[in-house]
Design a protein around this ligand. Structure first.
Ligand code: GRF
Length: 223
C-alpha cells in the first residue's frame, strides 16, 4: 500500500539501451514525476541502461538468465529482488524476458510494461516491421498491466502514431519511442497520484485526480 504524500517507489527492469529508463529519470529530475527509482535491474551485463542508471546514482543489479539452472530459479531471483526493494510498482522498460506465470500472478497489479504497438494488435516481437508489412495507417504504443498472457494484460494507456508513406521500421520505431518517452512518465505520474485502479473490466483512471482530462487514454479502453 502506498502512503499518501510519499513518492512512488519503483524498480525498472531493462535489457538494453534504456532510453525509456532515461525518460523516467529525466522526469523525476524535472519534478514532473514524483517517484524514486530504488534500483535498475538488467538481464544483460552490458546494457547501456546500466550506465544511465549509474550516472543518475541509482543502484543497479544484473540478473542474467544463464546464471540460473532454470526459469523457476531465475524467477525466484527476481522475486527475491522485488521483496528486498518492496517497490510500489515494477516497471518493465524494454525488458526482453518473459516472466514466469507464478511470478506474474504473485505481482499482478504491481507489474507494468510498455509495448511498441497498439495492442491487441502485434503482441510479441518486430512490431514495427509487422505493422508496416500489414499496411497499417496507424501504429503506436501501449502501457499495460502484465498478466499471464503475453502482452495481453489490462491496458492502462495507448498513444497513436501515424504511419508515413516512406516509413521504414527504424523511422517508425524512432517516432514511437519519442511518444513512449512522454507516455511512460505520464502514466507513472498517474500511479503516483493514486489515480490508476485495476477493476474487473479493465483499468480505471480516476479523472478528478488528473490535472488535464485529456491525459486519459487516447483509445478509451478501460478508462
Ligand atoms: C521500447 O520501444 C519499448 O516499447 C519496448 O522496448 C523498447 C525499449 O527501448 N518494450 P529502450 O531500451 O528503453 O531504449
Amino acid at each position: 500500500m502506498r502512503i499518501e504524500g510519499k513518492r512512488l517507489s519503483i524498480i525498472v527492469l531493462i535489457s538494453g539501451n534504456g532510453s525509456t529508463l532515461q525518460a523516467i529519470i529525466d522526469s523525476i529530475a524535472a519534478q514532473t514525476l514524483s517517484a524514486e527509482i530504488k534500483a535498475v535491474v538488467s538481464e544483460q551485463a552490458d546494457a547501456y541502461g546500466l550506465e544511465r542508471a549509474e550516472k543518475a546514482g541509482i543502484p543497479t543489479v544484473v540478473v542474467k538468465v544463464r546464471d540460473y539452472p532454470d526459469r523457476n530459479a531465475y524467477d525466484r531471483a527476481l522475486d527475491a529482488l522485488f521483496q528486498d526493494y518492496q517497490p510500489d510498482l515494477i516497471v518493465l522498460a524494454g525488458f526482453m524476458r518473459i516472466l514466469g506465470t507464478d511470478l506474474v500472478k504473485r505481482y499482478y497489479g504491481k507489474l507494468i510494461n510498455i509495448h511498441p504497438s497498439l495492442l491487441p494488435r502485434y503482441p510479441g516481437l518486430n512490431t514495427h516491421e509487422r505493422a508496416l508489412k500489414a499496411g497499417e495507417r496507424q501504429h503506436g504504443t501501449t502501457i499495460h498491466f502484465v498478466s499471464e498472457e503475453l502482452d495481453g494484460g489490462p491496458i492502462i494507456a495507448q498513444e497513436v502514431v501515424d504511419v508515413l508513406p516512406d516509413d521504414t521500421p527504424d523511422s517508425l520505431k524512432k517516432r514511437v519511442q519519442t511518444v513512449e518517452h512522454q507516455l511512460y512518465p505520464k502514466v507513472l505520474s498517474w500511479f503516483a497520484a493514486g489515480a490508476v485502479q485495476l477493476i474487473p473490466d479493465g483499468v480505471k483512471i480516476i479523472g478528478k485526480l488528473l490535472k488535464n482530462q485529456n491525459d486519459t487514454c487516447k483509445i478509451k479502453r478501460g478508462c
